[in-house]
Design a protein around this ligand. Structure first.
Ligand code: ZN
Length: 57
């Protein structure tokens, strides 16, 4: 599932499978789809990620 988090007044979305964080929900959904299907992240998608989700958020 794509999870929504709020940090510093902004909304971010992350893929629950790999915990990569995205500014755009669309990419988080794409990432999740790829993670489920391929059991690994597609580089074409993960390059849109901001970073690995931080523990504090
Ligand atoms: Zn993912």
């Amino acid at each position: 599932m794509v999870k929504e988090v709020e940090a510093q007044g902004r909304r971010y979305f992350y893929c629950e499978s790999c915990k990569l964080l995205y500014e755009d929900k669309k990419w988080a959904e794409e990432c999740e789809r790829g993670c489920k299907k391929n059991k690994t992240c597609d580089l074409g998608i993960t390059r849109h990620s901001i970073k690995k989700i931080l523990e504090k958020i």
